[in-house]
Design a protein around this ligand. Sequence first.
Ligand code: HEM
Length: 470
Amino acid sequence: MSYPVDSYGQSQNAPGCPVTGTGAAAVTPLFGADFAADPHAVYGRLRATGSRAHPVALEPGVHAILVTSYATAREILLSPDFSKDPRNWADLMRGNVPADSSVRPMMEWRPNALFSDGHEHQARRQVIDDALGKVDLYQLRRFVEEAADELIDQFAPTGRADLIGQYAKTLPLRVFNRMFGCPDDIADRLVEGMSALFDGREPEKSNALVTQGLVDLLEFKTATPGSDVTSWMLAHPAQPGGEEIIHQLVTLMGAGTEPEANLIGTAALKIFADPRFAGHSAGINPPISESINDVLRWDPPLANYGVHYARRTTELHDVVFPTGVPILMSFAAANNDPDEGIAAEQDATHSAHLAWSAGPHQCPAQRQALSIAHTAIEMLFKRLPDLRLAVDESTLEWRPGPFHRALKTLPVRFSPRAARAAEKASAVANGAAPRAGSLLQPGPPPTAPTKPSLGGKVLNLWLNWWRGDN
Ligand code: HEM
């Protein structure tokens, strides 16, 4: 039996601590450059202790338990004995987590599906599932193609680009704006504000820009519903009134854009650099699905998350999980668990990995996420067939942070190409539909922005949400 941490997240003396071999449990940092450079080495060292769960620090002074065993992670994700509600986090409730903690935005409670349990979760999740279920994947593909074309146009004539900063980071935002039915003026503000937040630029101003954008979107969609996720959520019988919907929208957009960008970036890197995908050459179909599945299987974009709390001190697989301490599932370590990991027959179907989590909180947007990533990468190679890495793979850096697996940059080269913008402009002049106000069908032009009714209350929603850098 191992004792990861006591109920306040402090290291305690654990007999025969598996991490140190001494009486005191060592806390492994999941922050900083070393972890970012080679998280799998850290998971390997933790696994070598023989324990299935380990005391970790998410940033200095913020303690948690990291589950590295596939079997234990699955059991917790499926068990009613563990809660998703962060109001169980003792250190947070006691005011011991600093207000400016970089991990706090991704872990503190909001009225959304991610942080609720039982019936409350079912109701919130139903709204999301029903709205996402109405998204037409064919239309979604068109939106990805359009966003990809616009972004590729911006760098195609130059022969070089950073595929993270100039493509992967922005594309999901643009697609989401279409899915959520944002009129152009609101969409532009959301892209500007969210891009700045991802980059850590002018956080107060960007946060206000995004918050105001969402408030305007909700007011616009209330007055002028369309065929889009926002309107479907607003009209859902299980959607309560008030500001809850804005928290749900933040979850959807935050949950969707950051891991999506990282999936696109890391899967593209695999096509360039991994010898298993080296069959790709100019103009030949690159192995896109394979590289995406490979990333999800071995190096998932959301590497450590699925935060749970033991409802009462619980012993599971020889580990004691105390109350009050966040328990993170290492989706990355669990997927790579050599002992009781994914069985070969399940591996073949790509169905058993934990990149989407498992159980009631499993990602509701897997089909959409896969479609966006696949089309985004396909468009790159279609438009720029001789796309290649511009630097040695070993020089690439990964963003620090406990939750994500995220490239900082992905510099590429290719033969310069003309932009397609002129072609598109003439298509619109010839009667093709211009960019519309809703996801699935053209909507009326946006109304003038109205006075916000929710902005003040939700002002800090976006700060670093779903990013968790440190
Ligand atoms: C590559 C892209 C994505 C990955 C790797 C991913 C992964 C995940 C994971 C691991 C969870 C579980 C988190 C937890 O247990 O705490 C999750 C939940 C969630 N994801 Fe995704 N996701 C992706 C894209 C998306 C997209 C595109 C959307 C929205 C359109 C989305 C919406 C959500 C929501 C709302 C939840 C919370 C579900 C709940 O608590 O019931 N995700 N996702």
